[in-house]
Write a protein that binds this ligand. Structure first.
Ligand SMILES: [Ca+2]
Length: 498
């Protein structure tokens, strides 16, 4: 763009010269110049697709050899894949509030099932709102800010939305756990007498009918319609897919590749819980969920089927983008609000700061970007500054994340030394460096801590905090945590922190 502004006045002065050759040449160059400027000024669209409760461990592109995720894998092969991206809070509401408003959870003190607007005030501009203010049509389809799954999906209600973020919004009602088909509850159902149950529990439904019976099928259809209808204006389309969040509901055909008998749950390691502080034992476990080995197998198979169904919807949306010729002018992001335990440490679901729960898939594909994989740490809070920079719109001053763009040209570059995440009301902390995962319970560490050597013990079986040999590492992690919290609390929100 600088070239345009410098060059064009010179060309205009040349046109005014009486020399006809120069005049013709200059006019020709001016036309080229205008054409270039026009292309540059065309704002790239953003297609932001976010899955719900999707762990990296269930994706082909992140190394799972059983799961079937051809569409996400294809996108990954065409984009920038972050091998080490982290959620700022492994629960739907606070994770989404963090990346949409660009603050860490401990800055806004947003830890619950809210949009996050409550804690930042009416003046702060959300990610999509920033695009809206810069001439974009912005829409959400289904869950972007917090929605209760399955209840808000059953009702087709807004959940905890932020209306200022969108030009238009659409919900995708679906039957969820009540869907017609073969159902089975695998949590707190030891004798198998309960067929199905609503709420945040592992009900599995091998559903009758096709993709469009369910919320995500309708979401893909609406997203495709919006892409077609808004292809001639810059759009920021946020598409929230609710699977594989429980209940594990998908058309029966998606279960066929995953017979539960063939599923091998993660190993149960003798004494695994003995060195985990009480608060580190996750809120859903094989034990308190009274799950049998077979129920564990069925839960994992149900999750994979749900992932596969969700992946198929991603494929439909990307297909529409291709058909409409928009791939060359659209930034595509695929991610999840947090991960999910599928039986590691006999833990299930999220909340935990252990790796499978807190790590997220992150793929960014954009025109002109070479496909690469990077080990640079990334955080979901980085999405806001990164997308604003990629679209060439100014950054908001308040943002706490980092622009990830430097990694695109140089996958060896590290934009962060570590990732930071919190849980349990902002009182449990993770510092994840290349070598270490350090989890601390309470700001003063009074409820214990965990330290894992991620090079030697990537599955996090041996807590090293009690080993004197690692005391210096623990001290170092404590110092990093203290410094990071001070940085997070140094912001423009005008809050005081206890
Ligand atoms: Ca979630």
């Amino acid at each position: 763009m600088n070239g345009f502004f410098i060059l064009c006045p010179l060309l205009l002065s040349e046109i005014l010269e009486p020399l006809s050759y120069m005049k013709i040449k200059a006019t020709f160059l001016l036309l080229l110049c205008i054409q270039y400027a026009f292309a540059q000024q065309e704002k790239p669209n953003v297609l932001f697709i976010i899955s719900d409760d999707l762990t990296t461990t269930a994706l082909g592109t992140y190394g799972n050899e059983i799961a079937q995720t051809p569409n996400i894998d294809q996108l990954a092969s065409e984009g920038v894949v972050f091998n080490r991206a982290y959620s700022q809070y492994p629960v739907c509401g606070p994770s989404r509030a963090s990346f949409m408003f660009g603050y860490y959870p401990n800055a806004t003190e947003t830890y619950g099932y809210v949009s996050g607007r409550e804690n930042v005030g009416p003046e702060k501009v959300s990610l999509s709102q920033h695009f809206k203010n810069n001439g974009y049509y912005t829409a959400r389809v289904s869950k972007i800010y917090h929605m209760g799954v399955p209840i808000d999906i059953e009702k087709g209600s807004d959940g905890q939305d932020d209306p200022a973020s969108w030009t238009e919004k659409f919900n995708s009602q679906g039957p969820e756990w009540t869907a017609a088909g073969k159902a089975e509850l695998v949590q707190n159902n030891p004798d198998g007498s309960i067929e199905r149950k609503g709420g945040n529990v592992m009900t599995i439904v091998q559903a009758d009918g096709d993709d469009l019976v369910h919320s995500d099928g309708k979401t893909a259809e609406k997203a495709s319609e919006l892409i077609r209808n808004h292809k001639n204006e810059p759009f920021f389309l946020a598409v929230g897919l609710v699977r594989p969040h429980v209940p594990f509901v998908a058309p029966a055909s998606y279960f066929t590749p995953f017979p539960w008998e063939g599923i091998v749950p993660p190993p149960v390691v003798e004494g695994d819980w003995s060195d985990i502080p009480e608060r580190g034992i996750n809120y859903v476990t094989t034990k308190n969920g009274e799950m049998s080995y077979i129920q564990k197998q069925k839960a994992i198979a149900g999750y994979y089927a749900s992932v596969s169904y969700m992946d198929a919807q991603v494929g439909k949306i990307l297909q529409t983008l291709r058909e409409e010729g928009l791939e060359d002018n659209t930034i595509v992001v695929f991610t999840s609000d947090h991960g999910f335990h599928l039986g590691e440490h006999d833990f299930w679901m999220k909340v935990s700061l252990h790796e499978e729960s807190v790590q997220v898939p992150l793929i960014i594909k954009a025109p002109g970007l070479a496909p690469i994989r990077t080990d640079s740490f990334a955080e979901l809070v980085d999405l806001y500054p990164t997308l604003a920079a990629m679209a060439g719109i100014s950054e908001q001053d308040h943002l706490q994340g980092k622009n990830l763009e430097p990694v695109f040209d140089n996958p060896q570059l590290e934009v962060r030394d570590y990732a930071f995440s919190v849980t349990q009301g902002g009182n449990t902390f993770l510092i994840r460096t290349d070598r270490w995962a350090y989890i601390q319970y309470n700001e003063d560490g009074s409820a214990g801590a965990e330290l894992f050597d991620m090079h030697q013990d990537p599955k996090q079986y041996t807590n090293l905090t009690q080993n004197p040999h690692f005391q210096s590492v623990v001290d170092e992690m404590k110092a990093i945590l203290k410094e990071k919290l001070a940085e997070v609390r140094h912001n423009d929100l005008g809050k005081t922190y206890e």
